[in-house]
Design a protein around this ligand. Structure first.
Ligand code: IDP
Ligand code: MG
Length: 148
């Protein structure tokens, strides 16, 4: 099995609810290797590119508003590397819908669905597959920030 890389982002709800350390701790305890971190000012343009595949969904604008809460909001981006790391990190993170996610996963433990916007505020982003991981890492990191 090839060595993979995956992108993890602490979403604005995770940061505001002071869950940054907890997310890193859970991924650390699961044994994943962190190879790069970056604090990234999140513009609407970046958020729209990140969620490009969802642009026709009715919740897209609410999702972008959730992801870009203020003009200078900064998001912690992390790259993990390892065998099967994409699917293994997704297991620890849990399913998209926090109400359907395994209750012991990060999203199952701490996510919620906003009763105001309907957005699934699920604390953490993790790439879903190899194609997404490659595209997303290139969006959030400069080449020189990543090891060979
Ligand atoms: P993922 O984050 O598990 O990969 P995606 O389908 O890529 O899930 O959706 C990106 C994000 O958009 C989700 O994490 C969640 O915050 C939000 N989202 C996805 N589907 C819905 C929905 O049906 N209602 C509200 N928010 C959603
Ligand atoms: Mg996704």
């Amino acid at each position: 099995m090839a060595i993979e890389r995956t992108l993890v982002l602490i979403k604005p709800d995770g940061q505001k609810r002071k869950l940054t350390g907890l997310v890193i701790d859970r991924l650390d305890h699961a044994g994943f290797e962190m190879i790069a971190t970056r604090i990234v000012p999140v513009t609407r343009k970046l958020a729209e590119a990140h969620y490009e595949a969802l642009k026709d969904k009715p919740f897209f604008q609410n999702l972008i508003n959730f992801f870009v809460p203020t003009k200078n909001f900064k998001i912690l981006a992390i790259v993990y590397q390892g065998e099967n790391v994409i699917s293994e990190v997704r297991k620890v993170v849990g399913a998209t819908n926090p109400e359907a996610a395994d209750p012991s996963s990060i999203r199952g433990s701490f996510g919620r669905i906003s009763s105001v916007t309907g957005i699934m505020e699920n604390v953490v982003h993790a790439s879903a597959n190899a194609e997404d991981a490659e595209r997303e890492i290139a969006l959030w990191f400069r080449k020189e920030d990543l090891p060979e």
